[in-house]
Design a protein around this ligand. Structure first.
Ligand SMILES: Cc1ncc(C[n+]2csc(CCOP(=O)(O)OP(=O)(O)O)c2C)c(N)n1
Ligand SMILES: [Mg+2]
Length: 555
């Protein structure tokens, strides 16, 4: 059956599990938006393009593919979300409409076009910018080749788990693609079998020699769906697992082998002591960035060290070529090492605080806030944390498998609220709990409007410490103060939801109890905190980063 370029694109996306596309319309993309309206895929309006990108990123992390759709030029504020998805490996597709190739041939001077660089078909400036933030791109200026281009770009996105870009001139959207194009399932990439066997054998020998191994697992295992293989390997040999912050909940933190999040000197002392006492580290799918290594304070024995990522596999001083992370981890799950290990380690579940009993009338603190949140968490809850003390506090929560989303590496403020929207749309059976600071909230709070419009019920816990708290211990100044809003008035602005302001422990407990027991509407709970009330983890980070900011230490 003949199909159009636009319809072919939507059908392929739907085939890969995309049921929602997030975006903002504009004249260059309206024809495609109309097609989405007539398709099984739902269009979710956001208040700007960067939040469409954040929502689609959260959706992608949970469903394996997320899509944002923008109009040309003015939608370019989506770059922040694309950069985040790029560095944190989220399979995000950005689609942009643009001026028709016929229009462009007549006159290039048109609204929204930038024309810093051009081809005969279109303005290529946006393509050039987005090339820096994507692993593959296609401009669909020819219906003859459009279907093959769409197939290639979607495959790249799924393989690399990183953003790709598709641009459609508006006159091409309804044009018919040739009937001879047939979509073919792509052959999955394969590892070099000899390299893979050697790598596994070398790993086996290392494990055979050591007494106290540990696994440091990261977000790439989540993206590749390798949690089960990881667990099989860890359980078979009784090897404890720490995760990176970005990979938090790669296995359930209630699992007896889970030690919790390790971030060098920023981790709880018992986690740090355990990791640094190990004689072998299997570092799987972790990006060893400054935050995940606690400003490079992580101390891992070099000799007995495996570092496997989507880019490379290094075992000790050996580098193995053409071994895919997926094949290596699946190989580990079948590995036979003679002795199960029996070294002691601290379990993350042992750090669940005693049930929170509020002290009536006592002012809330960040530490007590997280103890109170923990009391209400159940496996169906999904935490979406923004950047700031909300992230450091959330790192210490004990959570179930795949229950945590945060931009813990790119660390761009504003992911929280739109991320919560995307997460709940991707996982309608789960209740989303968004934890966000006042500074980050002010950046993207408008997305609460989507919660009302699409009948979503996230619980938004707003840590109001009256400014950019994370920056205060680094270098204090008036630039760290922000305008205090009447946050709890916002539900009346958006036309739905409840706002509650809490100042005391008993007020906090009552508000969370109500929010967690009521479904069907969003809750915005503003927790009034002291200006310099930091979590213990933020204090430790502040000390480390402050030395860098003030030039006393290299970053
Ligand atoms: C988009 C963006 N701009 C600036 C920063 C730098 N920054 C890091 S933390 C922070 C303060 C965040 O304030 P808030 O959201 O209130 O959280 P708090 O630190 O107070 O817990 C800032 C401005 C950033 N990470 N992202
Ligand atoms: Mg703040």
């Amino acid at each position: 059956m003949a199909t159009s370029v636009g319809k072919y694109l939507l059908d392929r996306l739907h085939h890969f599990g995309v049921n929602h596309i997030f975006g903002v319309p504009g004249d260059y993309v309206l024809r495609l938006d109309k097609m989405i309206e007539q398709h099984q895929i739902h269009f979710i309006n956001t208040t700007r393009e960067s939040t469409a990108g954040y929502a689609a990123d959260a959706y992608a992390r949970l469903k394996g593919l997320g899509v944002a759709c923008i109009t040309y030029g003015v939608g370019i504020n989506i770059t922040n979300a694309m950069a985040q998805a790029y560095v944190e490996s989220s399979p995000l597709i950005v689609i942009s409409g643009t001026a028709g190739t016929d229009e462009f041939a007549k006159c290039q001077t048109r609204h929204h076009l930038i024309n810093k660089s051009i081809s005969v078909h279109c303005d290529t400036t946006q393509l050039e910018i987005f090339k820096q933030l994507t692993v593959d791109q296609a401009v669909l200026h020819d219906p003859e080749t459009a279907a093959a281009e769409i197939d290639r770009v979607i495959d790249s996105c799924l393989f690399h788990k990183k953003p790709v870009y598709i641009e459609i001139p508006r006159n091409i959207v309804p044009q018919t693609i040739p009937s001879h194009h047939a979509w073919k399932k792509k052959e999955p990439a394969k590892s070099d079998q000899e390299s893979l066997s050697e790598a596994l054998e070398e790993t086996r020998k290392i494990l055979q020699k050591c007494k106290r191994p540990m696994i440091w697992a990261g977000h790439e295992l989540l993206r590749d769906g390798l949690s089960q293989a990881l667990l099989q390997f860890a359980e078979k040999h009784h090897i404890p697992v720490v995760s990176s912050l970005l990979g938090k909940t790669v296995i359930s933190e209630y699992h007896p082998l889970s030690v919790g999040v390790y971030q060098g000197g920023m981790s709880p002392k018992e986690v740090c002591d355990f990791v640094e006492s190990c004689d072998c580290a299997l570092i799987l799918g972790v990006v060893l960035d400054d935050l995940d290594t606690g400003i490079f304070t992580a101390k891992i024995d070099q000799e007995h060290r495996v570092v496997a990522t989507s880019k490379a596999l290094n075992i000790g001083h050996h580098h193995f070529h053409e071994v895919l992370l997926k094949d290596y981890v699946e190989g580990l799950s079948k590995l036979d090492v003679k002795t199960p290990f029996s070294h002691p380690f601290p379990q993350s579940r042992s750090r669940i605080p005693q049930t929170f009993h509020p002290v009536v009338g006592k002012a809330t603190t960040t530490k007590r806030l997280f103890e109170c949140i923990q009391k209400y968490l159940r496996p169906e809850h999904l935490i979406v944390a923004d950047v700031g003390d909300c992230l450091f506090g959330a790192a210490d929560l004990v959570l179930d498998y795949n229950s945590f989303l945060a931009c813990a590496y790119f660390a761009s403020l504003g992911f929280g609220v739109p991320g919560a929207i995307g997460a709940q749309i991707a996982s309608p059976d789960r209740r989303v709990v968004c934890i966000v600071g006042d500074g980050a909230f002010q950046m993207t709070a408008t997305e609460l409007s989507a919660a009302v419009r699409y009948h979503l019920d996230p619980i938004v816990i707003l840590l109001n410490n009256h400014g950019y708290g994370t920056e205060r211990p680094l270098l204090e100044g008036t630039y760290n103060d922000i305008q205090d809003w009447n946050y709890t008035e916002l539900p009346s602005v958006f036309g739905g939801g409840y706002g509650i302001k809490v100042t005391t422990e008993d007020g906090l407990d009552k508000a969370l109890s109500e929010a967690f027991s009521q479904r069907g509407t969003f809750y915005l709970i503003e927790v009034d905190l002291g200006k310099t009330d930091f979590s213990p983890a933020l204090r430790r980070l502040g000390e480390l980063l402050g030395q860098v900011v003030n030039g006393k230490k290299e970053g």
